[in-house]
Design a protein around this ligand. Structure first.
Ligand code: WQD
Length: 339
């Protein structure tokens, strides 16, 4: 299939492009490069032997966006493009609602105009909000999001659901990611956040490489086995492979489908630190800090539905994730900025 991957040079987008190409699909990438680097294209070519078609386009630019659909015969869109820094979204809500919502509405308008009615949307477990019963199933109702970023994911899910309900020619797959970490085993592509990392794994790897002094652990008084926050970390390659499997629901004209993408295992912050130290032989200095606003104690998935309906389950474990995260950081001390 010809697949337009919006946000295709980003962390999850680039790993998904590799798996799409490995499975014989033609991936066409679109990205505004605000949070990623064009270097990724050469890295994808190194891994797959194929240099994908790339359009440097911002989804807020309706004209340029439409031109992609004029030039390419798109069968399906995998939609990753969007701002995703939780903390930044609290400080700049308009920027997040405008970019993520208006940008996505522009995409939907271009798709409709060109008769493209197949989309796989990059959603997030954050749509479940704070009052969750773990393991979280897809039947768990969506909740109160704790930040504008999360609300944009929740609102976009609603938009896609309503569009599909109004026009059954649409096939919509919502994939709710838990905590994506790790990197392609080659170390050629990985997570390269702008500035000081918000998320745990890139923070740990930057402590390990000496860019940051120590890890601050946000809270050790949660109702969890060791008092630190528990999350369902999933290897980004496992996540990428789930997108290829999800294409089955598009080919089968299945209408609306919703899946949690997690391993079903919860690991605490201290579990991740201990795994990183054991696997990579590097000590991670840390100190306990007050809880971070918006954090919940424990969040992990039931991944049974993705297994029974897509035949997908995560294969990498936490040791693989911390190994591959460090391998990318070690080979790219300053991320893609090195080149
Ligand atoms: C994980 C755990 C922190 C940093 C976020 C988004 C979510 C999704 C994944 C996109 C928590 C602790 C973290 C640090 C710490 N993103 N931590 N010190 O918050 O579970 O989810 O990323 O869809 O939408 O909300 O991930 O990596 O920020 O935190 O102690 O310096 O690590 O308290 O327990 P989170 P995270």
């Amino acid at each position: 299939m010809n697949i337009l991957v919006t946000g295709g040079t980003g962390f999850i987008g680039s790993h998904t492009v590799v798996e799409l190409i490995n499975n014989g699909h033609n991936a066409i990438l679109m990205d505004n490069l605000i949070n990623s680097s064009e270097i990724v294209l050469k890295r994808i070519e190194k891994i797959t032997g194929i240099m994908p078609t790339f359009y440097k386009v911002d989804m807020l630019d309706k004209e340029k966006l439409g031109e992609i659909f004029d030039k390419e015969h798109i069968d399906c869109v995998i939609h990753f493009a969007g701002l995703k820094a939780v903390g930044e979204s609290v400080k700049e809500p308009y920027k997040y609602y405008n970019n993520n919502l208006c940008g996505s509405l522009n995409l939907i308008e271009a798709m409709n105009r060109h008769g493209v009615k197949n989309i796989i949307f990059s959603s997030s477990a954050t749509v479940y909000g704070k009052n969750v019963i773990v393991p979280i199933t897809e039947e768990c109702p969506k909740g109160e999001c704790t930040n504008p970023y999360g609300w944009t994911k929740s609102m976009l899910e609603q938009i896609f659901c309503d569009i599909q309900k109004a026009d059954e020619k649409w096939n919509v797959v919502l994939l709710r990611y838990f905590n994506p970490i790790g990197a392609h085993p080659s170390g050629l592509i990985g997570e390269d956040p702008n500035g000081i990392p918000n998320n745990l794994m890139p923070f740990i790897t930057q402590v390990a490489i000496g860019k940051l002094k120590e890890l601050g652990i946000f809270g050790n008084d949660y109702d969890t086995p060791d008092g630190t926050g528990v999350r369902d970390y999933i290897h980004v390659v496992d996540l990428a492979k789930a997108h290829v499997k999800a294409l089955k629901k598009i080919e089968d004209n299945s209408g609306l489908s919703i899946y949690n993408l997690g391993t079903g295992n919860g690991y605490s912050v201290l579990d991740v630190v201990k795994s990183f130290e054991k696997v990579n032989g590097i000590k991670i200095p840390y100190s306990f800090k007050p809880r971070r606003a918006g954090d919940i104690a424990s969040c992990y998935a039931s991944a049974n539905k993705a297994y029974s309906e897509l035949g997908w389950k995560a294969e990498f474990d936490i040791d693989d994730m911390v190994r591959d995260s460090w391998n990318f950081q070690k080979k790219n001390p300053n991320g893609y900025g090195d080149q």
